[in-house]
Design a protein around this ligand. Structure first.
Ligand SMILES: [Zn+2]
Length: 200
């Protein structure tokens, strides 16, 4: 399944952090830490809430706990996977909202934001939900990727004229490891051709 670029994510994470006073992994997060049993119950209550509210026909998401996942997450295949040592109420709301939102939209896009806000309103308070939605709209997005993309062109050695000429070889047809070698400035033989990559 191809997912749209997750443009809402950075903003949604920050909005979440503001609303709960810190992210799920931070000690200052105000959303209560819960045990596994509580998480199982909450997961069921939140799933039921979405099913009732939106008449969702899909099966509620399965859940499991993990000690090794980088964080909690939801995937269509696995359902909700909760990081065991950082279980919080807001995490359950966040992940079940992914299931409720489906994946037509970007993972943390407007649809998920609406679903998450509904769950926040129901289980944590309407004021927090309104604040979350407001922040999702208003927080500035920081540009981490402001570094300009480096552009390369491929050249090949013209044996007859003894000079480098623009290559007609499609970059995609070159195996990744060879492209990487060239990227480091080396000349590479690709089949019968000698190629190099030049930064523009
Ligand atoms: Zn998420």
């Amino acid at each position: 399944m191809s997912r749209k670029r997750d443009i809402g994510r950075q903003r949604a994470y920050r909005a979440e952090g503001e609303v709960f006073g810190g992210h799920w992994y931070e000690a200052k997060c105000r959303s209560p830490l819960i045990g596994e049993q509580e998480a199982i119950e909450m997961h069921k209550r939140v799933s039921d809430f979405f099913i009732r509210r939106h008449g969702i026909k899909r099966r509620p998401p399965p859940l499991r706990f993990s000690d090794t996942a980088r964080g909690s997450y939801h995937s269509t295949l696995e359902g909700c996977v909760y990081r065991r040592d950082m279980l919080r109420e807001c995490v359950v709301l966040h992940e079940v909202a992914h299931w409720a939102a489906g994946y037509e939209d970007a993972a943390h896009g407007p649809k998920w934001q609406r679903m998450y806000a509904e769950a926040i309103a129901e289980f944590a308070g309407a004021d927090l939900a309104a604040e979350f939605l407001r922040l999702c709209q208003e927080l500035p997005i920081m540009q981490y990727s402001s570094r300009p993309k480096r552009k390369f062109r491929l050249e090949e050695w013209d044996k007859v004229n003894e000079r480098w000429i623009p290559s007609s070889v499609a970059r995609k047809s070159i195996p990744n490891w060879q492209r990487l070698q060239m990227w480091r400035g080396r000349v590479q033989w690709v089949g019968p051709r000698m190629l190099r990559m030049i930064e523009e």
